[in-house]
Ligand binder design. Sequence first.
Ligand code: TRP
Length: 493
Amino acid sequence: MAAPAATEKAQWSSRFAFVMAAVGSAVGLGNLWRFASEAGENGGGAFIVVYLMCVLFIGIPALMCEYAIGRASDKASAVQSVTDVARRSNASTAWSATAWIGMIAAFMVVCFYSVVAGWVIAYIPKFALGMFNGLSDEQISAQFGALNGSLGQEIVYMTIFVALTVWLVARGVNEGIEWAAKMLMPVFFFLLLALCAVALMIGDAGAAMSWMYLPDFSAINPSVAVSALGQAFFSLSLGSAIMITYGSYLPRGINIPRSSAIVGGMDTFVAVVAGMAIFPIVFALGMSPDSGAGLFFQTLPVALHSVPGGNLFGTAFFVLALFAAVTSSISLLEVSTAYLVDKLKLSRTKMAIALGAGIWVVGALCAYSDAFFGALDNISGKIMLPLAALIAVLFVGWRMTKEIRDQEIEGLPAPVMRVLYLLIRFIAPAAIAIILIMGAIQQWAPGLYQSIFPPQPAAVEEGAAPGALEDEDTAAEAEQAEEQAETVPEPEG
Ligand code: TRP
């Protein structure tokens, strides 16, 4: 099928297709890889409690705002959607900053995301060819370090991933994005549940459960809140203009609040289930849960190694994780593609390829430098996504005309609606603003941050694994280094 003409606006073919595409965007490596490493570095249960609150009170209302802006306009790109709705609301077109910042953040994210997705690809042949057979647990988890240390391999795998993303985006909304999401997401859910069951059986389920669900409230500090909110935005694909773009493909008659709740709920469910697939193994191995970015890649092979049929299962799961990553990365690439196709009136295919080349270059830099990787992740996750989402929420809460707003965010009983507006107008913006400011201080003035919030050694130790007491000073050091580079891949061993 020919790519849609630049001005012709695509539409999701059904509610199921939309929900799967939105869930496909939201569910990805953020849930599998980033959630576990963030929760691990931020004290487990304490992080998870704050995270759930962020999703419920900030994330889901913000999702509604982004969909509402997108659907309210018949424009093809997020920047134009906001500009158009702002004009019709007699507001400044400067509100389109939400889409600009979001679009740039999405581009930054997809660059390091492609590197991580490349790691996922690298693990597929390892399982398929039985390369873990006969290795010890330590040898298996050391493989991540070897991969991470080989720039050549990282680039090869990343290239495959970028090509896959470009191909699907070039195929367009219905033939590419929707098709991939509808086929792949349901199978992914099924395999994830199976994996979780395996991990709970063979791992240390008790230690994992109490670490995840019995929060140590004293471990909650501003840094945990900043990370939790950043993770919520990352995981829900918020603040990146993606949900505005996807909202603009949304036909009338689909209930935005309900869809937002479904997307938020499914995304959170996947993160939590993935945590339950990872942490029992972490504790069973005596690893420290704060060992960072490698957690996902180090624990699952170990888990699968020790069950019959593990290689087959592992191959299937990593293929599916790859699909989850692809349905997210196509959304990341879609925002800037939609914008440029519309702006330059070039074909989707050409634009997707050109942007893919850019992603490849920046991605290679991320593979080369862990510090650069960490900086892109931190600045996009902790600053840009929250800032863009803040602007979107303020716009819908305060500047969009009531008429437009009521047309988009509707279908709820009046009392629920009132609570929702309270969230959209006051609570969510205030919370985002506070967390954003703390994140900015943490990022750019770490000295100031430490003098306002001195590190609490007690809370740090709580974050360490019961089985990893020898790791005390590493944990303290990690806390100190945290504001510089949170996701620098640093496998232990
Ligand atoms: N949410 C996806 C995940 O969890 C990643 C993602 C897609 C994303 N779109 C985004 C992250 C926009 C930040 C911004 O894997």
